[in-house]
Design a protein around this ligand. Structure first.
Ligand code: SF4
Length: 305
């Protein structure tokens, strides 16, 4: 538990360092706060808004090498997104001129995962919790790839009986996947998260010595940090379908050879797509509509965080 607390403390200390302030030394003197809080009347009202984006840009856990790896395979979190859109990302197609990437929701997930989920899991399960936090591992078979938020080793057969799960044997391995959600979200689990965990289970079984039958999606609500745990049992048919989808998307010559699934499904996903102009499925009028309110606020469909 002590180690878990240290990990959490290190994470939040990092937040303080970014602001040029050592949080371990306490709050700044009151006069400093007062001076900073009272801008000259003729100056623009200060806002930390752009600094939030700067902080996110500097602290994104998606480094260049990881992004390059993600381009070579269909990632578990992308499987149910529009095939044409996913392929455009793989080919590094330039986004539409007015498109603005909003990383805040994804970053919220990363903060909750690194600052709360991983330390709490270590506190609860000690060294049985592996491949979590900074030690996450990417499992790939060359077509599909997945990075679970942790593996729980040495599970007893009835350890998760309170979730209605019989693991079938002692010393079993369970995958854990953390998701942050709006407190008002109903109908959990989300289909995209279920598919993601199915692919994680399939890849871990195929590419490692671990043979998990069950994954647990651990939802943490963004406002009250309410925990909801939902078990998912491995279904080989879902994994096989994901394999076929990976071959379809990665085997196409380009995005133009793939169906415009976002449009075919009613266009909901197109509202957050960076490639509306290149895709062309929505037509010129639709592109103008989408861009008429200024920069789009995309969400990461099936985000890994
Ligand atoms: S605009 Fe719609 S159909 Fe076209 S790639 Fe984007 S999500 Fe898919």
């Amino acid at each position: 538990m002590k180690k878990a607390a240290q990990h959490g403390a290190a994470f939040f200390k990092k937040l303080g360092r970014f602001a040029g302030e050592d949080v371990s030394k306490g709050n700044p003197p009151e006069n400093q706060v007062a001076a900073n809080a009272s801008p000259a009347p003729d100056r623009a009202i200060p806002t930390i808004d752009r600094h939030v984006d700067a902080f996110i840009a500097e602290n994104q856990t998606f480094d260049a090498a990881r992004l390059e790896r993600r381009r070579a395979t269909l990632n578990a979190s992308e499987c149910v997104s529009c095939a044409r859109r996913v392929r455009a990302g793989k080919d590094a197609v330039p986004p539409d001129p007015h498109y603005v990437e909003n990383q805040r929701c994804a970053f919220r997930g990363q903060m909750i995962e690194a600052g709360l989920f991983a330390p709490a899991m270590r506190g609860a399960y000690g060294r049985r919790f592996r491949y979590g936090g900074a030690r996450q591992h990417n499992f790939s078979n060359g077509r599909l790839a997945a990075t679970p938020d942790g593996l729980l080793l040495g599970c007893q057969r009835h350890e998760f009986a309170h979730l209605g799960v019989d693991l079938g044997r002692d010393n079993a391995v369970v995958i854990t996947e953390c998701k942050s959600v709006d407190d008002r979200t109903r109908d959990l689990p989300k289909n995209t998260h279920v598919v993601q965990v199915q692919i994680q289970l399939g890849l871990v079984r195929e590419t490692s010595r671990y043979k998990p039958d069950v994954g647990i999606i651990i939802y943490l609500s963004a406002s009250f940090l309410k925990v909801t745990e939902i078990p998912i049992r491995f279904d080989p048919a879902v994994f096989a379908a994901a394999e076929r989808r990976a071959r379809l998307i990665m085997g196409a010559a380009s995005m133009a050879d793939l169906p415009a699934e976002g449009r075919l499904a009613g266009g909901g996903e197109c509202q957050y797509c960076p490639y509306v102009a290149t895709c062309g499925a929505c037509g010129e009028t639709r592109i103008r509509d989408l861009h008429s309110d200024g920069p789009m606020e995309p969400r990461r469909v099936a985000s890994g965080n």
